[in-house]
Design a protein around this ligand. Structure first.
Ligand code: R1P
Ligand code: URA
Length: 291
């Protein structure tokens, strides 16, 4: 097998992957991702041990143990473009041999769980509640640069979404990818479940108007109203579809867990978002430790 060139797989003098600045043995098989670099220490303070602490740009990583499990928490920064970097580099750390620069013959699967903040698209999902994303529906374009294959259920959901919202005529070509059922099944009690939409921005792409007019002023209403069988859109944020799509292609198991900080239907915002984030972390770590 031809080695992957230094321009494509960038390894530092320390032997670390370029953006994350991690060595292969500094990453655990369970990876929690958070958007905010300051949230990494809020998660790792609940670990029993912390053996690795690294930072390069917005990518902060702590690796340690939680009970008998080895676990890493990595910040991604904001948006699907950052997820392209984080997911490809996490995968390289486990599935590419850095000495020979070749793909390992036996591939490993990571469990990747996002612990994020999000906006609710349903009146009955209030601020400070938790959502587990059954699917990531992308209004961003990251997965269009790869060959994402959607299964039959995903294709039907997407087709119904296009028919109901007509979004592909005005803004973007959406895509969809499901969460790992093996992870999703543990997050039922205390978590709403539904489709998480990912947007390539916080303002216009999430229908917020400050000074600029919107190309699709009906966006929020159409997302709120979408229904396909038991499925509805619960929330939106800025990373889930990219994590789900790339995890699917790379063979990792993923799940996005979000605390609601804004409710876009009744126009409320959490009075203590930090407390909500902390509660999401505590509850989710309890479940992860017990599985
Ligand atoms: C926007 O404020 C950011 O918050 C949400 C969005 O996805 C976006 O990254 O998630 P995090 O709190 O995990 O960053
Ligand atoms: N993060 C988002 O992307 N949107 C929200 O409304 C809240 C958090």
């Amino acid at each position: 097998m031809k080695p992957i060139a230094p321009s494509e797989l960038i390894i530092t003098n320390r032997g670390a992957i370029y953006h994350l600045d991690l060595l292969p043995d500094e990453l655990a098989p369970i990876v929690l991702t958070v958007g905010d670099p300051d949230r990494v220490k809020v998660v790792s303070k609940y670990f029993d041990t912390i053996e690795v602490q690294r930072q390069h740009r917005e990518f902060v990583t702590h690796t340690g143990t939680l009970g008998k499990k080895r676990i890493s928490v990595v910040s991604t920064g904001i948006g699907p473009d950052n997820i392209d970097i984080v997911l490809n580099e996490l995968d390289a750390l486990v599935n590419i041999d850095f000495n020979t620069r070749t793909i390992k013959p036996n591939l490993s699967s990571l469990s990747i769980l996002r612990l994020g903040t999000s906006g609710s698209l349903q009146a009955d999902i209030p601020v400070d509640s938790f959502v587990a994303g059954t699917h990531g529906l992308g209004l961003d374009n990251l997965l269009h640069f790869y060959r994402l294959e959607q299964n039959e259920e995903e294709q039907e959901l997407l087709q119904s979404f296009l028919t109901q919202t007509q979004i592909h005529h005005s803004i973007t070509q959406p895509y969809i990818s499901a969460a790992a059922p093996s992870l999703l099944k543990h997050f039922t009690e205390g978590y709403h479940q539904g489709i998480t939409v990912t947007c390539p921005g916080f303002y216009g792409p999430q229908g917020r108007i400050l000074r600029l007019g919107l190309a699709a002023p009906q966006l929020v209403d159409r997302l709120t109203d979408f229904q396909y069988g038991q499925h509805r859109i619960t929330n939106f944020e800025m990373e889930t579809s990219a994590i789900y799509g790339l995890s699917r292609l790379l063979g990792h198991h993923c799940l996005s867990l979000n605390v609601i900080v804004a409710n876009r239907v009744n126009k409320t915002f959490s009075s203590d978002g930090q407390a909500g984030v902390e509660k999401l972390i505590v509850r989710s770590l309890e479940i992860i430790a017990g599985t």
